[in-house]
Design a protein around this ligand. Structure first.
Ligand code: SF4
Length: 466
C-alpha cells in the first residue's frame, strides 16, 4: 500500500507546493518514506527521505524543487525492503533524458522481468519492482513516450498505479483490472492525478474521474491524451480492501463513498448476525464507519469506547518489560464509563494475526465490560495478496490456520462474526466478479506464476516486507 500523485500546473507555477499538500492528504497510505520529483522543463529535481511528509519536507527543501510539473509518493513497503534507497520517486537518466517513476502495487512478473533485463545488461540500484518499470520504459527509448509507456504496460502484470515524469510530460497508468486505485481531475489550471479522490478534492478538484483499468493518461502543455490497452478488462476488479480499510472515508472509489460503503457493511453485519447488546464501539479508527452502520441497524447506541493516542507514531520508544503494559494503554485507552457492566459490540475492520484483536478484547474486558462481541467488517483472510498489500503468508493469517471457534477463543471474545463475501459485495454494490477478493476467496483476477507462489511461501516465517 502506497500513495502516488502527479501535478501539471500552468507555466510559472510550483508543482512542489501542490504535491506537498497532496502527499499530506495521502499520508495514511504510507508512513515509511516519501518524496517528489519536479521538472522545470530542463532539469528534473528530486527530494525524498525516510519518514512522514513533514519530516522530509520543510520550506527550504520545497524551495529547491522548482517547476510546474511533478510526481510524488508515500511509501509503505511491500516489494523491496525498508531502506532509504527504496524511497520513491526513482530517477534515472535515459536516452530520452531524465525519467522519474512512482508506483503503488506489486507486479506478479517482476522477478522474471528483472532477470530478463539484467541478462540484457540493465543494472538495478534498488530492490523495488518500480525500477523494473523504469528500466522497461527506458529500453523503449526509441519510441515516443506514450508508446514506450504502452509497451511497458503490455509487459508488466499485477496490480499497479504508476505515475511517471519526463522533462515535459506527465504519464499515469493503471493495471488492466483496476486493482490499485487512480483518479484525476482539474483544479483551476492545474491537472492533478492521485491514488485517492481525497487528495484531489483537498486540492480543489470538483469533478473526479477514474483512470480506467488499463488506461494511460499522457499530459503535457498540449493537453491530455488517453489510450487504453486492447486487453483491458471491462470486468474491473478493484481491491476490496480499499473499501474496508485503506482508503480514507472521504474518498470515492467507483463513485462510491468509502464511509457510506463502510456504514452499509456495518448494517449488513447486523442483518447477518443480530445480537443483544447495550453499546457499539469501534476499534479505532478504521472500524468507526462500520460501527455507526451497525449501531443504526441495531438501534443500539454508538459510543467512543476506545481512544487512540494520535501522537504515538513510529518513533514511540517501547519501555522495558516491566512497564510494557502501561505503554499499551498510552497507545489505546478504554473509556471505562462507557464500557463498565455493558454488553459491548466491538467493530474491527479485519483480523490478520489476531494479536491486535486479542489486545482490544482484553482492554474492553479490563474496563468492566460484561460481554464482548467482536464483529469483523471483512471476510476472513485466507490467502496472500500478490498485488501490493502486505498480507503475505498463510502462516501469518490466523483464519487460514484455525477454525472460527479457535479464533474466538484466542482473542477472548464471547462471540465472533466475520462479514460474508456476499455481504461485502452487496455493501459495495457490485457483483463478486466486480471486486478483487483474492485474499478472501483465493480467486486471483490476474494469475500469479507458480514460482511466485513458491517464492512467497519460501519467505514464510522470515521477517520481510512482502
Ligand atoms: Fe486487495 Fe486482497 Fe485483492 Fe490484495 S488480494 S488486491 S488485499 S482484495
Amino acid at each position: 500500500m502506497c500513495g502516488v500523485i502527479g501535478v501539471l500546473g500552468p507555466p510559472g507555477s510550483r508543482a512542489a507546493d501542490l504535491l506537498y499538500l497532496g502527499l499530506y492528504a495521502l499520508q495514511h497510505r504510507g508512513e515509511e518514506s516519501c518524496g517528489m520529483a519536479v521538472s522545470d522543463g530542463g532539469r528534473v529535481h528530486l527530494g525524498k527521505g525516510m519518514g512522514l511528509v513533514p519530516d522530509v519536507f520543510n520550506r527550504e527543501r520545497l524551495a529547491e524543487l522548482p517547476g510546474p510539473m511533478g510526481i510524488g509518493h508515500v511509501r509503505y513497503s511491500t516489494t523491496g525492503a525498508s531502506y532509504a534507497v527504496n524511497a520513491q520517486p526513482l530517477l534515472a537518466y535515459t536516452s530520452r533524458g531524465p525519467v522519474a517513476v512512482a508506483h503503488n502495487g506489486d507486479l506478479v512478473n517482476a522477478r522474471e522481468l528483472r532477470v530478463q533485463l539484467q541478462r540484457a545488461g540493465s543494472v538495478f540500484q534498488t530492490t523495488t519492482d518500480s525500477e523494473v518499470i523504469l528500466n522497461l520504459f527506458a529500453r523503449f527509448g526509441d519510441d515516443d513516450p506514450d508508446t514506450a509507456a504502452m509497451r511497458t504496460m503490455a509487459a508488466i502484470r499485477g496490480g499497479y498505479a504508476v505515475v511517471m515524469l519526463t522533462r515535459d510530460r506527465l504519464l499515469a497508468f493503471r493495471d488492466p483490472y483496476g486493482i490499485r486505485p487512480l483518479c484525476w481531475g482539474r483544479a483551476g489550471d492545474a491537472f492533478i492525478i492521485a491514488s485517492e479522490s481525497c487528495a484531489l478534492t483537498a486540492l480543489g478538484v470538483d469533478e473526479v474521474h477514474e483512470v480506467l483499468p488499463g488506461e494511460l493518461l499522457s499530459v503535457d502543455a498540449g493537453g491530455v491524451r488517453r489510450r487504453r490497452l486492447p486487453a483491458a478488462a471491462d470486468d474491473r476488479a478493484p481491491c476490496a480492501f480499499e473499501y474496508i480499510y485503506f482508503s480514507r472515508p472521504d474518498s470515492e472509489l467507483l463513485e462510491r463513498n468509502v464511509h457510506l460503503v463502510r456504514k452499509a457493511i456495518g448494517r449488513r453485519l447486523y442483518e447477518e448476525r443480530p445480537v443483544e447488546a447495550d453499546v457499539v464501539i469501534a476499534a479505532p479508527d478504521s472500524g468507526t464507519s462500520a460501527a455507526m452502520g451497525f449501531a443504526e441497524a441495531a438501534g443500539i447506541p454508538f459510543e467512543i469506547g476506545l481512544v487512540k493516542n494520535r501522537y504515538v507514531g513510529r518513533t514511540f520508544i517501547h519501555p522495558e518489560e516491566g512497564m510494557r503494559h502501561l505503554a499499551v494503554k498510552v497507545k489505546l485507552n478504554p473509556n471505562r464509563q462507557v464500557l463498565k457492566g455493558k454488553r459491548v459490540v466491538v467493530l474491527d475492520d479485519s483480523i490478520v494475526r489476531g494479536t491486535t484483536s486479542r489486545r482490544t478484547v482484553a482492554l474492553v474486558r479490563e474496563a468492566g465490560a460484561r460481554e464482548v462481541h467482536m464483529y469483523v467488517a471483512a471476510p476472513p483472510f485466507l490467502y496472500p495478496c500478490y498485488y501490493g498489500v502486505d498480507i503475505s503468508s498463510r502462516k501469518e493469517l490466523i483464519a487460514a490456520q484455525r477454525i472460527l471457534e479457535e479464533i474466538r477463543d484466542f482473542i477472548g471474545a464471547d462471540s465472533l462474526y466475520y462479514l460474508s463475501v456476499e455481504g461485502l459485495c452487496q455493501a459495495v454494490g457490485v457483483r463478486p466478479e466486480g471486486l478483487c477478493l483474492a485474499c478472501m476467496t483465493g480467486v486471483y483476477p490476474e494469475p500469479v506464476p507458480e514460482e511466485d507462489v513458491a517464492h512467497k511461501h519460501a519467505l514464510e516465517g522470515i521477517e520481510h516486507c512482502g
